[in-house]
Design a binder for this molecule. Structure first.
Ligand SMILES: Nc1ncnc2c1ncn2[C@@H]1O[C@H](COP(=O)(O)OP(=O)(O)OP(=O)(O)O)[C@@H](O)[C@H]1O
Length: 626
């Protein structure tokens, strides 16, 4: 992503940006430039320079410099580069929005009242136009009922809550969409809010602003135009890397006259051949052409066209071996391979890494989704923070590690239990016996199911088992029919299925979500960079409908909707996919393999050659027969 900088390393462009961010004569700017051009690096170096220039002045006035990032990961990275200096408030858009509005509880209540009434009216209108007796009709009635309950409850809520990283399902919580909309409305319509924002943050910089929610961006534009004498807004981004539907489509098109538009032409990240490819991909959208740095390598790219009923894991292994010999870079294959393989959806990693039985049922539940992707679900923490370290301790014969996990987590070591026992060695012996019995599940290379682990622990009482797991275990053992109306029915059921899988599946899932795996998603690698990148494109395996590589690569005709959207000037799935393809290819620092699974290899190849994305020598065909 970024390299550590000190302020003496300011580039000409950084100095230009610094000039705009003067607190005496503020100006706003829009720095939009291609992948790898050093936008994030400029952001950090400019912030460091601002610290030296203005820290004393701003601290005296109780002011800070605001920075909005797209992900928590990017926030952490920038914060660490700024050495956690308190002058900066670095946060994701959701945390930022909530921190601005959370003290205005009455305004939140009123906003929710009006918004909920409006949503009810909209639903009533839809109901009056739609057909009765359909599922949609029944769903709408249900939605109205739940919104009415929310309206009735509004007055009794003492304090609204919000967790930017959570699901916000509780009665007093507001959801992600509401927080952004509320903040945008408050900023657009409320003079006091504009004053609060600009007083607090005379300088506000937004990274990846092409994907920042459009309502909020528009509200911030409004604040900037009204408070231009004391507020600088700096946008960093790249419209070609807009990959979420939330962003402002025409961002930057009608900027006010007084906004500055600095530019960057150099790509510092990628070798020449990769830059040539991404310039080509980009040429359909705009005429921004990048150049490589003088000392850049030539770099190698290959397109693997794969057809037929193939074993995908075998194919991808072969691609990596081929790349190792083509590039003469051993890190492309073997046990020590250092490759980033980009898949479109998480379940594609699950099937390749062998954790689908565990992952798929949980990921299908809306309420569990977030927690399973970031590993914060308490039911998963039970396995990751207690069972996994014990298993690892067992494998490495580390009795000390095991006993530390047990003493920290077992209710046997609670002070009140210890006090009750006359002889404390009894507790140690009891814990030891129960731990050994748990570990015996892995004896002789066994791979126990999660269910058998839960069973063992429920029997021994060595640890407390989280409620959902306990319930899932009981349901899976019960011969009675469970009522669909039961509390948390769907979630418990998801676990009933997931706990049938072996522990090794949990372990693989754990490796995946902790970024230790070679797999990452196309969307998730935004802002990152890797020496060797393998982009996997597989429409058949992906479940969404937003992207289609087969269409982008000419292997499938555009649908009537695509043609209609195009003629109406609306975005098509081809355009969206092209931007995602630009993001993935531009992560490569040394070499790039693109793997296209297709039903029409000939058409695909012809299209690619016509469009001159890859040359004949760069295309390798693989099928079930070779
Ligand atoms: N002026 C520079 N001199 C040397 N290296 C640079 C310079 N600017 C950026 N780099 C390096 O180039 C790479 C890309 O930089 P950075 O991540 O800041 O680009 P970006 O424009 O934010 O990229 P993207 O839009 O693709 O996320 C990093 O490795 C960074 O250290």
């Amino acid at each position: 992503m970024m390299s550590k900088l000190n302020i003496t390393e300011l580039t000409e462009l950084d100095t230009e940006l610094l000039g705009y961010l003067s607190i005496d004569k503020p100006e706003s700017f829009f720095l939009f430039a291609g992948a790898g051009s050093g936008k994030t690096r400029s952001l950090v170096s400019v912030l460091n320079a601002l610290k030296h220039r203005y820290k004393k002045k701003l601290v005296l006035k109780g002011q800070r410099i605001g920075v909005i990032t797209y992900t928590n990961g990017a926030r952490d990275e920038i914060l660490s580069r700024l050495e956690y200096d308190n002058l900066f408030s670095v946060s994701t858009i959701h945390s930022f929005a909530w921190s601005l509005i959370q003290s205005y509880q009455n305004d939140i209540r009123e906003w929710l009242r009006i918004d909920t009434e409006l949503r009810i009216e909209e639903l009533e209108e839809l109901i009056s136009k739609g057909r009765e007796g359909t599922k949609t009709h029944a769903d709408r009635i249900k939605k109205i009922e739940s919104k009415r309950v929310r309206l009735e409850n509004l007055n009794s809520i003492k304090k609204f809550s919000y967790n930017p990283n959570g699901d916000n399902f509780s009665r007093d919580s507001v959801n992600h969409t509401e927080v952004i909309k509320m903040c945008s409305d408050f900023l657009s319509d409320n003079e006091m809010m504009k004053e609060i924002l600009t007083q607090k943050f005379p300088i506000l910089l937004i990274d990846e602003s092409q994907d920042t929610n459009k309502d909020l961006i528009e509200a911030l534009f409004k604040v900037q135009s009204e408070k231009s004498k004391k507020f600088s807004l700096g946008l960093f981004g790249d419209m070609m890397q807009r990959i979420y539907m939330d962003g402002k489509k025409d961002l930057g098109k009608q900027l006010p006259q007084d906004w500055k538009r600095p530019s960057k032409k150099i790509n510092y990240r990628s070798p020449k051949r990769v830059i040539e490819l991404i310039n080509k991909i980009r040429s359909y959208d705009d005429d921004h052409i990048q150049e490589a740095i003088e000392e850049a390598n030539d770099g190698i790219v290959r397109l693997f066209v794969v057809s037929g009923d193939v074993d995908k894991q075998e194919i991808e292994k072969k691609v990596m071996e081929d790349m190792a010999s083509i590039t003469e870079d051993v890190l492309w294959s073997g046990n020590d391979a250092k490759v980033k393989a980009l898949i479109l959806e998480h379940h594609m990693a699950a099937s390749r890494m062998g954790f689908s039985d565990f992952f798929d049922p949980l990921y299908a539940s809306d309420r569990l989704k977030t927690g399973i992707l970031d590993g914060t679900l308490p039911e998963l923490r039970f396995f990751s923070d207690i069972i996994l370290p014990i298993v690892k301790g067992h494998r490495s014969d580390d009795a000390f590690k095991i006993s530390r996990v047990v003493t920290r987590n077992s209710p046997l070591f609670k002070p009140e239990i210890i006090r009750e026992k006359e002889n404390q060695t009894d507790i140690l012996e009891e814990a030891d016996l129960k731990t050994k019995s748990l570990i015996s599940l892995w004896e002789e290379g066994n791979d126990p199911t999660l269910k058998s682990i839960i069973n063992k622990i429920l029997d021994s009482g060595l640890f407390n088992v989280p409620e959902l797991l306990k319930q899932a275990f009981e349901w899976s053992e019960s011969s009675e029919e469970i009522e669909a109306e039961a509390v948390d029915f769907k979630n418990v059921f998801a676990f009933v299925s997931a706990i049938e899988s072996p522990f090794s599946q949990f372990e693989n899932y754990h490796i995946y979500i902790n970024d230790d795996a070679i797999f990452g998603t196309h969307q998730g690698v935004k802002g990152l960079e890797f020496p060797r990148v393998m982009v996997i494109m597989d429409d058949e395996e992906s479940r969404g409908f937003l992207f289609s590589y087969e269409k982008l690569f000419g292997a499938k005709e555009p649908t009537r909707t695509d043609i209609r959207n195009e003629s109406e000037g609306k975005e098509t799935s081809i355009e969206r996919t092209r931007r995602l393809f630009y993001v993935t290819c531009s992560r490569a620092k040394e070499s790039l393999a693109v793997v296209a699974y297709t039903n029409a290899p000939e058409a695909l190849k012809e299209h690619i050659l016509n469009e001159e994305w890859f040359s004949e020598e760069e295309i390798i065909e693989l099928s079930a027969d070779n």
